[in-house]
Design a protein around this ligand. Structure first.
Ligand code: ADP
Ligand code: MG
Length: 730
C-alpha cells in the first residue's frame, strides 16, 4: 500500500518516487509514457490541460496555450500567464501539475496517494514554500513535509554511501535554478546542512539561450538572411537549442539544420569548445556561489569530501571539469542527477513510517556488500565499510538550515533610519524561534494594532530584502494604570518547512494577540528614507507648559476664544505620554496647574482662568517659571506662549526665553491683536514657531502646534527598538 510519495516539483522536469514495498528501496514512479521524469509544462487544449511529452513539444514549437517554468513565479500573487483569456497564477499551474503527477503515479502504483514530501530549492522564500503547500493541498495532496532539494539529493546519496564526518557539497544545476549546499554527514546518520546559496535565475535555460545566440549568428552568417528580425525562424531555432545542447554533452560538436526563408535548408555546426567559451561566465557564477558557501562555512575547497552533482544540467561535461579545477577532485556522478531529488524525498516521506524502519534494517543486514541499485537510479560504486556506517542509517535524520536570514524592520540605534534588524541568521538550523520585546504605547481612544514587517535576507537596507508579509497584531489593550505603556512580545519562527510564523502577545497579561497577514503595501519607500524625527518623538514623553496672557486687553472674547483654543489643543494631545502645565501671565505669573497627565484637570484649570487674575498690565514674563517647571523633566520639553499686544519688559523676556532654550526647552509663541512679530520670533526657539494670527485663527494655530507635537493623528506606536525575550510554546 502506497500512501505517501516524494515529489520533485522541478522548474523544467518533475519526478515522483516511492519506497518499493518489496525491495524497501526508493524508486522512481514512471509516468504513463514510461518516463522517469515529466516535463513541468502544461498545454491547454480547448480549455483542458494536457501534460507530458506532448505538452513539452508543443511548448518547444512555440504553440499557443502553453505554460512552462512557472515554478519561477511561485509565491507571487500576480497572474503568471493568461491562456484563452483565463488568468493563471504559478500556484494554480503548479496545482494542476501536481494533480497530474499524483494521478499518473496512482495509476502506475494502483493505489491512492494521500501524502507527499515535496522538494523546493533551498533558497525558496517563505511565500514560495507556502505557495507550494497550497498548490499541493489544492491538488488533493497533504504535504507531509517540504524539504530542500539538495538535502533530498544528499539523503538519496547518503543512503548508499554513508561516510561519517564527510562534508558533501551538493551542486544542483537544474533547468532554471542553481543551488549549492554544503551538507555534513555526522555520526548516527545525522545529515545536517551547513550552508546554502542559490541563484533563482541561473539554470540550463541560460545555457540554451547561449546556444540560441550561437545558432542565430551562424545561420545568419551561413545564409546571409536577416534572421534576427524574423520571429518565426527565431522560434524554430529556439526549439532546437536544447537538443543541440544535449548533443554537445555527448559529442564534441553538434549539427543543426533549419529551413531558412528565401534560402532553403541550411546546416551549421557548433563545437563543444565554442559552446564552453560562450558560457564560461555562467559557470563562474556557479563557482562564485560555491565559494560563498565555503566562506560562510569557514571551509576551504580541500575540506570538501565529495561533490555531488544534481540536476539535469550537470550532464554537461564542462561542469565536472569545472568542479575538478575548483575542488581538485572528480565529482560524484553515479546518482542519477534528475532522479536523486525525488528519491531523497521518497526516503523522507516514509522516514517516520514502519517501511522506513524495515528499509534501514535491510540495509543494515546487507553487511559489507550493498546491492546494485541502478534500477532506482542509485547505482553503487563505493564499497561501503560495514558496522557504524550502515547501522547509523536506521537513525538517518535530516537537519535542515535556513537559507535566508530573518530580520525585522527596525529603527537604527541613532534613530535616523530604518534598518534590517536580523534576528535569525542565515544557515541556522530549523525549526528555530526567537522572541523580541517591544515597548508599545496605546491610547484610550483608538484601536491599537502593531505592524510587523518581517524580512528575509541580510541586506542592511530593509527594502533590499524580501518582505513576505505585513503582520498586524491587533487587540492590544490599553492599560490605564500604566498610562498606556505596555510590552508586546513578538515571536518569529522558521518551522521545519522553512516557513515563517509570527506570534504576538501582550506581556502584561500574557494574552496572545490575534495576528493578520496582509500583503505588503506597494509603497514602502518610507522605510528607505531618513526617519522624520517628529514621528519618533511622538513616542517620547512630552512636557508642555502653556502660558496665556491675561492682561486687560484679553478681556471678553479674546480670552474666551484663547481658552477654547487651548482646551482644543489639550484634547488633541495623547496624555498617555504627555504632561501639561498651565500659567497665567500679566503683571506677575501664576501657576494655574502644575504639570499633570490628567486631561480633565487641565481642561478645568484652563476654564478657571480669568482676565486680570495676575494684574491688568504686562510687566511680567513666564520664562523663569517655565524653566523651573520643565528643566528637570525627561523627554521633550515645550512651552507655548499666547501673547496679546506688547509686553513691558521685552528685553528681559527675550533673555529669559533664551535661557529656556539653552536648557533644552523649545518655545512656540502665538500672538494676536497688537502683538509684535519680531518679539514673537525672539522668544520662540525657531522662527517657524512664531505664529502671528487673527483671533479667529487661534484654534488652528494651536492645532498646528498640537500636530507638530504628534497630537491629532494616530496616537499609538512602538519604539521599534526591540530587546531580546524568551520564546514561548504554541
Ligand atoms: P529542474 O530541476 O529545473 O526541473 P532538471 O534537474 O530536471 O531541472 O534539469 C533540467 C535541465 O537539464 C534542462 O535545462 C535540460 O536541458 C538539462 N539537461 C538534461 N539533460 C541534459 C544533457 N544531457 N546535457 C545538458 N543538459 C541537460
Ligand atoms: Mg531539480
Amino acid at each position: 500500500m502506497v500512501v505517501s510519495v516524494g515529489i520533485d516539483l522541478g522548474t523544467t522536469f518533475s519526478a515522483v518516487a516511492y519506497i518499493d514495498p518489496q525491495s524497501k528501496l526508493p524508486k522512481i514512479v514512471p509516468n504513463r509514457e514510461g518516463n522517469k521524469i515529466t516535463p513541468s509544462v502544461i498545454q491547454f487544449v480547448n480549455g483542458q490541460p494536457i501534460f507530458g511529452a506532448e505538452a513539452e513539444s508543443a511548448f518547444n514549437a512555440g504553440e499557443p496555450g502553453c505554460a512552462a517554468t512557472f515554478k519561477r513565479g511561485m509565491g507571487k500573487t500576480e497572474t503568471y500567464c493568461v491562456i484563452d483569456g483565463k488568468p493563471f497564477t504559478a500556484e494554480e499551474l503548479s496545482a494542476l501539475l501536481l494533480r497530474h503527477l499524483k494521478e499518473e503515479a496512482e495509476a502506475e502504483l494502483g493505489d491512492t496517494i494521500k501524502e507527499a514530501v515535496i522538494t523546493v530549492p533551498a533558497y525558496f522564500y517563505s511565500t514560495e514554500r507556502e505557495a507550494t503547500v497550497r498548490a499541493a493541498t489544492a491538488a488533493g495532496i497533504k504535504v507531509k513535509k517540504i524539504i530542500d532539494e539538495p538535502n533530498a539529493a544528499a539523503m538519496a546519496y547518503g543512503l548508499n554511501n554513508w561516510r561519517e564526518n564527510a562534508n558533501i557539497l551538493v551542486y544542483d544545476l537544474g533547468g532554471g535554478t542553481f543551488d549549492v549546499t554544503l551538507t555534513r554527514m555526522g555520526c548516527n546518520g545525522n545529515l545536517s546542512t551547513i550552508a546554502t546559496r542559490g541563484d533563482r535565475l541561473l539554470g540550463g535555460r541560460d545555457w540554451d539561450n547561449r546556444i540560441e545566440l550561437l545558432l542565430l549568428d551562424k545561420f545568419a552568417e551561413e545564409t546571409g538572411a536577416d534572421i534576427h528580425s524574423d520571429a518565426a525562424t527565431k522560434t524554430m531555432i529556439r526549439g532546437m537549442t536544447e537538443g543541440v545542447k544535449k548533443q554537445l554533452s555527448a559529442m564534441q560538436s553538434a549539427n543543426a539544420t533549419a529551413s531558412i526563408p528565401d534560402f532553403g535548408s541550411a546546416t551549421v555546426v557548433i563545437t563543444r569548445t565554442e559552446f564552453e567559451e560562450s558560457t564560461a561566465d555562467l559557470l563562474d557564477r556557479t563557482g562564485a556561489l560555491c565559494q560563498a558557501v565555503l566562506t560562510e562555512a569557514g571551509f576551504s575547497a580541500r575540506d570538501v569530501t565529495d561533490v555531488l552533482l544534481v540536476g539535469g544540467s550537470t550532464r554537461m561535461p564542462q561542469i565536472s571539469q569545472y568542479i575538478f579545477r575548483m575542488f581538485g577532485k572528480k565529482p560524484i556522478t553515479h546518482v542519477n542527477p534528475d532522479e536523486a531529488v525525488a528519491l531523497g524525498a521518497a526516503i523522507q516521506s516514509t522516514k517516520e513510517n514502519e517501511s522506513y524502519a524495515a528499509l534501514s534494517m535491510q540495509v543494515m543486514n546487507d553487511g559489507k556488500k550493498v546491492t546494485d541499485r541502478s534500477d532506482s537510479g542509485l547505482s553503487l560504486h563505493l564499497s561501503v565499510k560495514p558496522s557504524q556506517k550502515l547501522s547509523s542509517l536506521g537513525l538517518l535524520t535530516l537537519r535542515e538550515t535556513t537559507a535566508h536570514a530573518m530580520g525585522i524592520i527596525a529603527v537604527s540605534a541613532d534613530t535616523t533610519k530604518y534598518i534590517n534588524d536580523i534576528i535569525i541568521p542565515a544557515n541556522h538550523p530549523r525549526p528555530v524561534r526567537v522572541a523580541k520585546a517591544f515597548a508599545f504605547y496605546t491610547s484610550a481612544n483608538c484601536v491599537d494594532e502593531m505592524e510587523i514587517y518581517v524580512l528575509q535576507g541580510d541586506k542592511e537596507n530593509p527594502l533590499d530584502n524580501i518582505i513576505p508579509y505585513k503582520y498586524v497584531a491587533s487587540g492590544i489593550r490599553h492599560i490605564k494604570e500604566q498610562k498606556g505603556k505596555t510590552t508586546i512580545k513578538v515571536q518569529y519562527s522558521y518551522d521545519n518547512n522553512g516557513i515563517i510564523h509570527v506570534q504576538a502577545r501582550q506581556e502584561d497579561d500574557r494574552i496572545d494577540l490575534p495576528i493578520r497577514k496582509e500583503f505588503v503595501p506597494d509603497d514602502m519607500s518610507k522605510y528607505a528614507l531618513p526617519i522624520d524625527p517628529a514621528e519618533f518623538q511622538r513616542l517620547e514623553l512630552l512636557n508642555v507648559v502653556m502660558a496665556v496672557d491675561v492682561s486687560g486687553s484679553m478681556s471678553g472674547a479674546p480670552l474666551s476664544d484663547a481658552k477654547a483654543a487651548m482646551c482644543n489643543f489639550i484634547r488633541q494631545m495623547d496624555f498617555s505620554h504627555t504632561q501639561v502645565g498651565v500659567l497665567a501671565v500679566s503683571d506677575s505669573t501664576a501657576i494655574v496647574t502644575k504639570l499633570t497627565d490628567n486631561e480633565n484637570a487641565c481642561i478645568r484649570a484652563i476654564q478657571s482662568i480669568t482676565c486680570g487674575q495676575t494684574g491688568y498690565g504686562n510687566d511680567a514674563h513666564p520664562f523663569a517659571i517655565i524653566k523651573s517647571m520643565l528643566e528637570s523633566k525627561e523627554g521633550r520639553l515645550f512651552s507655548i506662549i499666547l501673547a496679546d499686544g506688547v509686553w513691558s519688559y521685552q528685553d528681559a523676556a527675550v533673555a529669559a526665553a533664551k535661557q529656556c532654550n539653552a536648557a533644552g526647552i523649545e518655545t512656540a509663541a502665538i500672538g494676536f491683536g497688537s502683538a509684535d512679530e519680531k518679539f514673537l520670533k525672539d522668544i520662540s526657539s525657531e522662527d517657524a514657531n512664531a505664529l502671528l494670527v487673527s483671533q479667529s485663527q487661534l484654534t488652528s494655530a494651536f492645532g498646528t502646534i498640537a500636530q507638530s507635537l504628534g497630537g491629532g493623528t494616530a496616537r499609538s506606536g512602538y519604539d521599534n527598538t526591540a530587546s531580546d525575550a524568551d520564546t514561548w510554546d504554541d
